[in-house]
Design a protein. Structure first.
Lengths: 123, 107
């Protein structure tokens, strides 16, 4: 059974940093690209970032480019999101999501999602 | 970035109704479109990919159609479990984008 378990969320002051983790199990983690998607309270889904299966290729939404860094450790089956220079508008539930298709460059849609971790940016 | 616009934003319907949600892209995305269902407090669930392919395990009352810039998600006979918010997502480019969502409410 595929499981994705996010952790690392919490309350942080504007300008602060936070590192999210997503522990994956139930599939061959190193074969799949992974992504972070967020949802502000009462709002819709916003894609944040994606990392390729092997990790060398990363992609970001313009809203987080230069502030967030996605990475993965395939030996630990874990996905990360390092978030720096946090702003109030970064307040959201952050979901990690598994790409549905392995070993392809495109076709980036997601078949499994974690339950999310809440990040609150407030003074 | 490719903008995705869903309509309507909210839809009131009854059990047994046929429901259609529209998603329009700001430029052609071929058939690179997915649909998700999200219930309150839960993660999104994949329903449809490549515009019209049904994800394994998803009831056949859900169907998708369209290509280019206009897409639809249809629920042929609305069931109590289907009251939720639905999102489209384009994956034509590496800058992925979602529609703003359509909430399906009980009439």
């Amino acid at each position: 059974e595929v499981q994705l378990l996010e952790s690392g969320g919490g309350l942080v002051q504007p300008g602060g940093s936070l590192r999210l983790s997503c522990a994956a199990s139930g599939f061959t983690f190193s074969n799949y690209a992974m992504s972070w998607v967020r949802q502000a309270p009462g709002k819709g889904l916003e894609w944040v970032s994606l990392v390729s299966a092997g990790g060398p290729s990363t992609y970001y939404a313009d809203s987080v480019k230069g502030r967030f860094t996605i990475s993965r450790d395939n030996s630990k089956n874990t996905l990360y999101l390092q978030m720096n220079s946090l702003r109030a508008e970064d307040t959201a539930i952050y979901y990690c999501a598994k790409k549905a298709i392995s070993k392809t460059t495109g076709e980036n849609y997601f078949d499994y999602w974690g339950q999310g971790t809440l990040v609150t940016v407030s003074s | 970035d490719i903008q995705m616009t869903q309509s309507p934003s909210t839809l009131s319907a009854s059990v047994g109704d046929r429901v259609t949600i529209t998603c329009r892209a700001s430029q052609s995305i071929n058939s690179w479109l997915a649909w998700y269902q999200q219930k309150p407090g839960k993660a999104p669930k994949l329903l449809i990919y490549k515009a019209s392919s049904l994800e394994s395990g998803v009831p056949s009352r859900f169907s998708g159609s369209g290509s280019g810039t206009e897409f639809t998600l249809t629920i042929s006979s609305l069931q109590p479990d289907d009251f939720a918010t639905y999102y489209c997502q384009q994956y034509d480019s590496f800058s992925l984008t979602f529609g703003q969502g359509t909430k399906v409410e009980i009439k």
